[in-house]
Design a protein around this ligand. Structure first.
Ligand SMILES: NC(=O)c1ccc[n+]([C@@H]2O[C@H](COP(=O)([O-])OP(=O)(O)OC[C@H]3O[C@@H](n4cnc5c(N)ncnc54)[C@H](O)[C@@H]3O)[C@@H](O)[C@H]2O)c1
Length: 369
């Protein structure tokens, strides 16, 4: 055999070895198998977030009580759908689940998952009632597996910028906070938000948490809550459609939060976030910061102090937020998967989420008549 042929005969296969090895590794790669419990409205954003983390995890199964959701999602996602949680958990070997169901069944879902030692990403709020939240916290501690509660706004990088601006002292001593979330909610035919029992309240219970946990990150815990709830615009729902709360933080900062599912704003007929206005503001004795979450994400900084890298003293500095809103869900999913893989500790524990629920429930307990 000529020498050249011998070299080709030896080198060619050796050249192919890394590719072959790579392919074998890909075939053997162990993706985390994720199950969705609930395939309604918010399942779309979690599905997209999971797709973004496709190098680590894949959706392996889902379940939903509604046969039409099982049918359509099965076609859309290409994974088996089940009619009940127990059937899914008994049929498919999962590594973790994402729970996307009405608030009043969070405890039941958590019992089923935690007795199987399955890590859970549980959507907010942790539960509809305080005793259910405490039980979820107890069961999670006992099971010793990662449980992350879905305070997704904490995972958006824009919030870190605001926390930094305030904690570095550019607004001086924080004095006052204001937050609002206004929209005309597009109820789905099956929407659990129509039911007081399933939601544990109305617009306040469903939506205010997103404002409060962000304020907590900037200003610390809320100590007192009082205010009003009203039900005048949305006959579709049993709970309040509008709420105004007055807050006092443990630090002495005072503030208010306004939430409504009965406000028509431009674009309200289209899907969220169109027609939704969400923002918060924190002011101090030397400056102020406004966080416009939607519809046009941007941050306005003001300080009278010299030396700030973001804002010149004495003038408003407006900075666009480039990362899309969905980033919060993608980063939250990435973090959850790292927790499942033992690389991180959950950033929002059941205990943290129970403290938030306590703040939310205080408005119902203390509302003025
Ligand atoms: N983080 C966010 O921004 C955000 C946004 C929307 C909803 N959420 C939260 O996500 C959760 C779900 O909200 P949604 O908007 O998707 O509600 P949804 O009503 O659209 O969907 C809930 C789904 O759960 C299914 N379901 C009910 N009981 C079930 C059971 N026992 N087993 C299996 N499936 C069951 C329903 O059939 C429905 O398809 C809630 O906790 C909500 O507060 C969070």
């Amino acid at each position: 055999m000529p020498i050249v042929a011998i070299v080709i005969w030896i080198v060619l296969p050796i050249g192919w070895l890394p590719i072959l090895k790579n392919n074998l590794q890909m075939m053997n790669k162990r993706y985390l198998k994720i199950g969705f419990i609930g395939a309604g409205r918010v399942a779309d954003v979690h599905y997209n977030a999971l797709q973004e983390c496709g190098e680590v995890a894949q959706l392996a199964a889902f379940c939903d009580l509604r046969p039409e959701a099982v049918y359509s999602r099965q076609k859309e996602w290409g994974v088996p759908g089940f009619a009940s949680i127990a059937t899914m958990l008994d049929s498919v070997q999962l590594d973790a689940v994402v729970a996307l169901v009405p608030h009043n069944i969070h405890l039941d879902v958590m019992k089923k998952c935690l007795e199987r030692k399955l890590p859970v990403l549980l959507e907010k709020p942790i539960a509809a009632k305080m005793e259910e939240a405490l039980e979820i916290t107890r069961l999670s501690d006992e099971a010793g597996v990662p449980v992350l509660v879905g305070h997704n706004g904490l995972f958006h990088p824009s919030l870190d910028r605001i926390v930094k601006f305030v904690s570095e002292g550019w607004i001086g001593k924080p004095l006052m906070a204001s937050a609002k979330s206004l929209q005309w909610l597009d109820f789905r035919p099956w929407d659990f938000r129509k039911s007081l029992e399933q939601t544990g309240g109305g617009a306040w219970m469903d939506c205010a948490g997103h404002l409060i946990y962000r304020l907590n990150a900037i200003l610390g815990e809320v100590q007192d809550v009082t205010g009003f709830v009203s039900h005048q615009a949305r006959d579709e729902m049993e709970g309040e459609d509008t709420a105004i709360a007055v807050l006092r933080f443990a630090s002495g900062v005072i503030g208010h939060a306004v939430v409504s599912y009965g406000c028509k704003l431009p674009g309200y007929e289209k899907d969220w976030p169109s027609g939704c206005e969400q923002m918060l503001m924190v002011s101090g004795d030397k400056g102020m910061v406004e966080y416009h979450i939607c519809p046009d994400p941007h941050i306005r900084y003001y300080t009278e102090l010299e030396g700030c890298e973001i804002a010149k003293p004495g003038v408003w500095e407006e900075v666009a937020v480039d990362e899309p809103f969905e980033t919060s869900f993608t980063e939250q999913m990435r973090h959850f998967l790292e927790c499942v893989n033992g690389k991180q500790k959950c950033k929002v524990t059941p205990m943290d989420a129970t403290r938030l629920l306590k703040t939310l429930l205080k408005l119902y307990e203390n509302q003025e008549n």
